[in-house]
Write a protein that binds this ligand. Structure first.
Ligand SMILES: *Cc1c(COP(=O)(O)O)cnc(C)c1O
Length: 451
């Protein structure tokens, strides 16, 4: 477990913990990022390994059990590193489950959630022997039970319930409201029926309740309200169904600093939540369950920065300056999807030049392909310079596309002046790999096209 100093004190900056501006400009992990751009190319996702380890360690120390939400960012090295720091992992799909198993994560340290798991995904998970299956709806319970029975096993499950708490940074990342597509409603009696079916089943074992209320949540209030709601429901289950909940899983959603947000310190937050857990359970006369959290963004978000190379610089029709970089919505769709804001900075040492507001745009064929608007950069910033966007560790690479047939960036981790490639840059050949490859047919096609 981590004995490193907590990151709490440095959290209201979007930059990773080892970032500092020296004589050679921005350095991360002791390496000037311009040299990373030169040797690995751009766009480049740079991960500050020290930051990642400390954030993992902070959560691990603060909460009884932590599962890293794989969807935020995944690579084999990354999963091994968070596992090494004592985190378990949460997969949202068969692909994420597969990546976790391939990384060597013990199945007993993996949970699977998702609102629409296929039979193949359920079978994969149950056969592998994962720790917790997070069931989303009644019909899934029947299918999971049938699969477990056929395999002759008993699968531990949590039931995802809808706490009807509204929280999170954007409509699309709010998941705990009553019209959510995720989970079982408690008020309608659906969740109770689900618990009864799990209890009556031979292939499933009821372990507790799961709720995930949204993402980029900056205050403890929605979590506290969720704990109250879960405790009330668990009390109801003890009294009327005669079953106790060993686990309350509060999901993820812990907010980070993108520009000037001020997230709650992890240790303070955990203290508040654990206090509320014991008082709420005492009030309902039930035993105190184990508290699980599932951070994704809060582990990896601020650990990453993206390096771009500036290309075209021009004025729009109103005289505002536009700076175009060699990536955009293919490697970071969040500004487009959620109106997300980002902090940017030039990688080079500050030259004596006034700052001016610019619009940073990508290279894709969409007018909405804007990474940051109204951000201040030195007026001298021009073609060939490296521009850095902070806090891109979470939900950028993992949401990346190959739109405009753009290969995905490389991911490089830095630590103590050493850089390690975690994911190599995609190539045109990688993209071509998906085409059917039958040489004779291809030659025939080429010949007929030439005619
Ligand atoms: C997305 C998700 C998480 C992680 O959310 P973050 O905002 O990245 O912390 C955790 N649990 C569930 C169920 C999720 O869907």
């Amino acid at each position: 477990m981590s004995t490193r100093p907590s990151l709490s004190a440095s959290l209201s900056t979007p930059w990773p913990v080892t970032a500092h501006w020296g004589e050679e400009g921005l350095e991360i992990g002791g390496i000037p990022v311009t040299s990373l751009a030169d040797s690995h190319g751009t766009p480049l996702l740079v991960i500050d390994e020290e930051h990642l380890r400390r954030r993992s360690g902070d959560f691990r120390e603060a909460f009884p059990q932590v599962m890293y939400a794989v969807k935020a960012l995944t690579s084999r090295r990354l999963l091994q590193l968070v596992a090494c720091e004592g985190l378990q992992v949460l997969a949202a799909s068969g692909g994420e489950l597969d990546a976790s198993l391939r990384a060597g994560i013990a199945p007993t340290h993996i949970a699977l959630h998702g609102n629409n798991k296929t039979d193949a995904e359920l079978r994969h998970a149950i056969r592998a022997g994962i720790a917790l299956l997070i069931c989303d709806h009644l019909e899934e319970i029947e299918r999971a039970n049938a699969i477990a029975e056929r395999l002759g096993v008993r699968q531990d499950v949590l039931l995802r319930v809808i706490p009807e708490v509204v929280a999170g940074g954007h409509r699309f990342i709010t998941t705990g409201d009553s019209d959510s597509k995720f989970g079982l409603s408690m008020g309608s009696g659906q969740a109770r029926v689900a618990v009864e079916r799990v209890v009556a089943s031979r292939g499933l074992r009821f372990r507790g309740l799961h709720a995930h209320i949204g993402s980029q949540i900056l205050s403890p209030e929605p979590y506290l309200t969720t704990i109250d709601t879960l405790a009330a429901f668990a009390g109801h289950l003890e009294r009327y169904v005669g079953v106790s909940s060993d686990v309350f899983d509060l999901g993820g959603g812990f907010g980070i600093t993108y520009v000037d947000e001020d997230p709650v310190d992890v240790h303070l937050l955990a203290g508040d939540l654990l206090d509320r857990l014991s008082s709420a359970c005492r009030r309902r006369g039930i035993g105190v369950p184990c508290l699980i959290v599932e951070p994704g963004r809060a582990i990896v978000g601020n650990a990453g920065v993206t390096l771009y190379r500036v290309g075209a610089v021009k004025q729009d029709g109103h005289g505002a300056r536009i700076v175009a970089v060699d990536g955009g919505m293919s490697d970071n769709v969040r500004p487009m999807l959620y109106g997300a804001r980002y902090a940017v900075a030039p990688a080079a040492p500050a030259r004596r030049s006034e700052s001016i507001p610019v619009k940073v745009v990508g290279k894709h064929c969409e007018s909405g392909d804007i990474l940051a608007d109204g951000v201040e950069v030195p007026a001298s910033l021009g073609s060939g310079d490296v521009l850095v966007v902070a806090a891109t560790g979470a939900y950028c690479y993992s949401m990346a596309s190959t739109y405009n047939r753009t290969p995905r960036p490389a991911v490089v981790a830095v630590r103590q002046r050493r850089a390690e490639v975690w994911l190599r840059r995609e190539t045109y050949d990688d993209l071509d790999r998906l085409e059917p490859h039958d040489e004779r047919e291809e030659e025939e096609a080429r010949v007929s096209l030439r005619r």
